[in-house]
Design a protein around this ligand. Sequence first.
Ligand code: MRU
Length: 375
Amino acid sequence: MLVHAQPYRSIWRDGAVVHVIDQTVLPHRFASRALHTLADATAAIRQMVVRGAPLIGVTGAYGIALALRDDAGDDALAAAAKALIATRPTAINLRWAVEQTAQQLRAIPAPARQHAAFELADALAQSDVDTNAAIGRHGATLLRERWAALGRPARLNVLTHCNAGWLGCVDWGTALAAIYQAHDGGVPIHVWIDETRPRNQGASLTTWELAAHGVPATLITDNAGGLLMQQGQVDACIVGADRVTARGDVCNKVGTYLKALAAHAHDIPFYVALPVSTIDWQAWDGMREIEIENRDPAEVTHISGRTETGELVRVQLVPDGTVAHNPAFDVTPAQWVTALVTERGVVPATESGLRSLRGEGAHVARTALPAGAAT
Ligand code: MRU
């Protein structure tokens, strides 16, 4: 996507150095960070310099390549994979990318491994871009059909949570890819952006992304969505995902579940956009089987921002000694999800819908499911 009229991806490589956009200082500063070592890659993922399920997967693949610089033996490869996977437990893309990269490298003689690892990571990055462009096409069709079903109103109000944009991927994004492509195709989209406490990915990142692309948007507090739905001011919701189970339960940024419940109560379609690599085929019951990352309570008790003089600061919100709990994700049961939007098409959030994505049986819809049709 364009930043100050320059095309950017969220991660790129220059020889044996990997560069990422530092998402901890956006929207106030646009800066990149260079990753030279495995430790740089694990720190970038843990500290959320890079974040978003697809992007941490690609960073994990590059992290393997960085790790092999000094030692490309089997033990070093296994240790690097373990260290990367341990950084963040919930998004399945990280494990998926690291394990498949390590597995392919094991078949290659050690001296050739680092070069091969960079090429595998480059290929994964490119495939993420192509995948997201396809998700965007299918998602844009759904949004266009929703707009048509509502009689082509002057604006289609779409609510999104967190940042499922190009910053969370390599390019395009997942949920935001659908919004970008619908907007570019002439659907008069207006986006309600949940701020997404505690780290405010909506307020800091989604606002910045959508403004850069010229998509009309309004920031709301996380608690305003229910009221807006009640008032008829939300026509559709679309969010990303960190892990989806084989029966269609959706794990995403904490707060997603409440929005899905409210959307269902108001008969508003609730779409989830994801690459097939976000599906955990081993998991069935998302509420029991997905590990929810608990992050530092200081993310709840403190907040970061820019002062009027341009300084980036972090301030405390609460009385000294306040106890806080910070689960970073939640699970929306499949029954509250209207449809899953993937690069292979749109499917219901059901076992057979998901199986069809693996080429096992049921038909994958290329166009929209009926609005509001939870299956
Ligand atoms: O904690 P984060 O910022 O990594 O969480 C990101 C999300 O929950 C996104 O909605 C999800 O990964 C989809 S990103 C395209």
